[in-house]
Design a protein around this ligand. Structure first.
Ligand code: SIN
Length: 290
C-alpha cells in the first residue's frame, strides 16, 4: 500500500488495497498507523458491500451502532447519511467530531459513497494535531490541565431543532429520548496511536469546560472553534463513485458541505468503537510557560 498526502495538514489517498478482498491483520496494522498519522484515509475505486463495510469496522475495533441516525434497511450497524433533493438541512453540516458525548468515544468513522450529487457534497476535515501545534505555549500551558464536557442532548435530544420542527432532519435522525449522554474528556489528548497531542473540543458537541460555566466557557471555545478551522489545518475530500473515507475522530474535525440543493446525496457510515482518552502530558516548554 502507498499513502499520498492530499494536503499539508491532514488526509492521504491510499493506493494498493481492495477493501472488500484484502483486509488482513498486516494491512489493518499499516492502515491504523496511517490513520494515526494522516487523520483521514481516502480509498478510490472501491466496491465495498454492506457486509464488507461492517467487516472493515470490525477489523479496526468493532462497530459502534449510532443511536440517533436512521439505519440502512437490513443493516442495523450501518447509519444512513441521507439528504433528498427537497430537503434543506444536511447531516453533519457544521464542524464536529463524531460521538464525543460518549465516555469511550468512537475511534473513527468509515463513510461509503452510495449516491452522489453531480457536483458538491464534499467533506472538509481539519487536523487537531496541526491546530494544537500552532497554538502559543502560553495557551497550551493553560489548556493542558483542562477538561471539557461534551453532550448529545442539544443535537439529538427532545429540544433539538429537528424535534421542535426547526429543521427537516426528523425521520433521518430519531430516538431523541436516548440523548442522555454527557462525557468529560481532556481538552488536549494523547493520541492513542501516534502519541501526538491533539486538541479535543468541537463545535458540535462540546458544551463547556469542566468546572466552568457555559458563559465563562463560551468565548474561549468560540476562539478555538474559529481557530481550529483555519484553511491551513484542513483538507477537502471530493467524493466519486467508489470512494470510501476513513477518518480518525481523535485527530480531526469534519464538516459535510451542503452545496448541492435539488440533488440526493446518500452515504453509508460505520462508526468504529474507541476507548477512553487520556490527557496529554505537557512537555518542558509548555510547563515552563505555565
Ligand atoms: C458525518 O458527519 O458523519 C457526515 C459526513 C458526510 O456526510 O460527509
Amino acid at each position: 500500500m502507498e499513502f499520498a498526502p492530499i494536503s499539508g495538514a491532514c488526509g492521504a489517498e491510499v493506493f494498493g488495497i481492495d477493501l472488500e478482498q484484502d483486509l488482513n491483520a498486516e494491512r489493518v496494522e499499516a492502515l491504523t498507523a496511517g490513520l494515526g498519522e494522516y487523520g483521514v484515509l481516502v480509498f478510490r475505486g472501491q466496491a465495498l458491500s454492506p457486509e464488507g463495510h461492517l467487516a472493515m469496522g470490525k477489523a479496526f475495533g468493532g462497530v459502534n451502532v449510532n443511536r440517533f441516525f436512521r439505519a440502512v434497511e437490513g443493516y442495523p450497524g450501518i447509519a444512513e447519511v441521507r439528504k433528498e433533493p427537497e430537503q434543506k438541512t444536511n447531516i453533519g453540516g457544521q464542524w464536529h467530531t463524531d460521538h464525543t458525548y460518549d465516555t469511550e468515544p468512537a475511534l473513527g468513522s468509515i463513510l461509503v459513497a452510495r449516491e452522489l450529487p453531480p457536483f458538491g457534497g464534499d467533506t472538509q476535515f481539519s487536523s487537531m494535531y496541526a491546530a494544537w501545534d500552532a497554538l502559543s505555549d502560553g495557551l497550551k500551558a493553560m489548556l493542558c490541565g483542562m477538561k471539557a464536557v461534551h453532550s448529545s442532548r442539544h443535537v439529538f435530544g427532545p429540544r433539538a431543532d429537528h424535534v421542535k420542527g426547526a429543521s427537516d432532519l426528523a425521520g433521518r435522525l430519531g430516538n431523541s429520548e436516548a440523548a442522555v449522554q454527557d462525557a468529560v474528556h481532556p481538552v488536549v489528548i494523547h493520541h492513542p496511536v501516534s502519541g501526538r497531542p491533539s486538541l479535543y473540543v468541537n463545535r458540535g458537541f462540546t458544551v463547556r469546560f469542566d468546572d466552568w460555566t457555559v458563559e465563562e466557557s463560551r468565548s474561549l471555545l468560540e476562539m478555538l472553534y474559529k481557530y481550529g478551522s483555519r484553511p491551513e489545518f484542513t483538507c477537502r475530500v471530493r467524493f466519486e463513485p467508489g470512494t470510501v473515507v476513513f477518518w480518525d475522530n481523535r485527530a480531526t474535525w469534519h464538516c459535510a458541505l451542503n452545496d448541492y440543493a435539488g440533488y440526493r446525496r446518500l452515504m453509508h457510515r460505520v462508526t468504529v468503537e474507541g476507548t477512553s482518552l487520556r490527557a496529554w502530558q505537557p512537555g518542558p516548554k509548555e510547563r515552563a510557560a505555565a
